[in-house]
Design a protein around this ligand. Structure first.
Ligand code: NDP
Length: 340
């Protein structure tokens, strides 16, 4: 199954003419996307940054943008509204302060599928809901744009209230610079599924593999310093992933020694992936797609702003800090302070 790719030539920037574009949030993505959009030629007077009065608002003002602190007022004039505040705060802020005052024909833009896929945001049926989701951190969205380059981005129309939702999504993708390299047709479901799967299945296993590998090698007599450098502090794994992105997931192996290539390929082919596949399927269907995780996360969402042990994320950090690997790294960083 291949995805449609949208390029600059597929986008009609004329669709954005005379539209008032509001960015709710001027953080990682908000700052980058608003500046890119303006540099593409959307007039500054058509752009409003909606942000509480703080350093983010100051940053927007210092970059020449008009800032509105009252989200309801900003919503009233928005033809296009980018929701670029953290995912866990979106339902509360959007449903209470923005949605009741948003025009019935407004286009709402999300950069992550989570709240739309799990139906946590209240839209009117007549509104467009589109996804323009860069696959890069905000600073890269900006720096690549400035260099004249594109960046990977997912685009979709989730609700077509006006009959033009997809065209607007593609025009906005072009305005922020995403169609230069090709924006990939996707959906809130696909984006959410892949994101949560990576976060809840793939990366926990990778963390577990590193944790266990560290302990086995430590028990066999390896030093903390040697292990930390061998396993991640040398940045070798980062380089491997960089090569995988450039040359190919398997092809990058050709940069390694023959002994390494032989060990990696024969070792990987000999492993039985069946138990892992079953574990992955369980996470995907019973935890992610079933909405179980979303429901559980919604229940702790407000606790994530608390201090100390009342914040469940702090508790997880504390427990993870007790891992042998983390303790050893702490010692190494203290001993090598100044060299790092
Ligand atoms: P940030 O954490 O950078 O957002 C910060 C902005 O949100 C600030 O303007 C901040 O203003 C505002 N904000 C935070 N909490 C509140 C609140 N309770 N009420 C009102 N405003 C609030 O977000 P990101 O840019 O990282 O993420 C935005 C969206 O982009 C998300 O949907 C995310 O999934 C998606 N995305 C993020 C990527 C990334 O690189 N981080 C990559 C791709 C997509 P204030 O100072 O007032 O709190």
């Amino acid at each position: 199954m291949s995805a449609k790719i949208y390029y600059d030539s597929d986008a009609d920037l004329g669709l954005l003419k005379d539209k008032t574009i509001v960015f709710l949030g001027f953080g990682n993505q908000g700052a980058a996307q608003a500046q890119n959009l303006r540099d593409t030629g959307i007039p500054n007077e058509s752009i409003i940054i909606a942000n509480r009065p703080d350093s983010y608002a100051e940053d927007a003002r210092s970059k020449g943008f008009t800032v509105e602190h009252d989200f309801g007022k900003a919503a009233e004039v928005a033809d296009v509204l980018f929701i670029l505040i953290p995912d866990q705060t979106q339902p509360r802020v959007f449903n209470e302060q923005v949605a009741p005052r948003l025009k019935p024909t407004a286009a709402v833009v999300i950069a992550s599928g989570y709240n739309v896929f799990f139906k946590l945001l209240n839209f009117q049926e007549t509104q467009d809901v589109v996804m323009v989701a860069p696959r890069m951190i905000g600073s890269s969205v900006r720096s690549l744009y400035v260099k004249g380059k594109g960046f990977p981005c997912f685009v979709s129309a989730e609700q077509d209230g006006t009959g033009q939702a997809l065209q607007i999504a593609v025009a906005l993708s072009r305005a922020i610079g995403a169609t230069r390299a090709g924006a990939i047709s996707s959906s809130a479901k696909e984006e959410t599924m892949m994101d949560l799967f990576a976060e809840q299945a793939l990366w926990p296993n990778i963390i577990m593999l590193f944790r266990e590998a560290f302990s086995v090698l430590k028990e066999a007599g390896c030093s903390d310093e040697a292990l930390c450098y061998e396993m991640w502090m040398s940045k070798e794994p980062a380089e491997i992933f960089e090569r995988a992105a450039e040359d190919g997931f398997v092809e990058q192996l050709k940069h390694h020694s023959t002994v390494s290539q032989f060990g990696q390929l024969s070792g990987a082919l000999a492993l039985d992936g069946t138990p892992t596949r079953e574990h992955f399927k369980n996470i995907l269907y019973n935890q992610v797609l079933s909405g179980k995780f979303c429901k559980e996360f919604s229940q702790i969402e407000e606790d994530l702003e608390k201090e100390g042990d009342a914040n469940p994320l702090n508790v997880l950090y504390k427990k993870s800090g007790d891992m042998e690997l983390a303790q050893a790294e702490k010692r190494v960083r203290a001993r090598l302070a100044g060299l790092l």
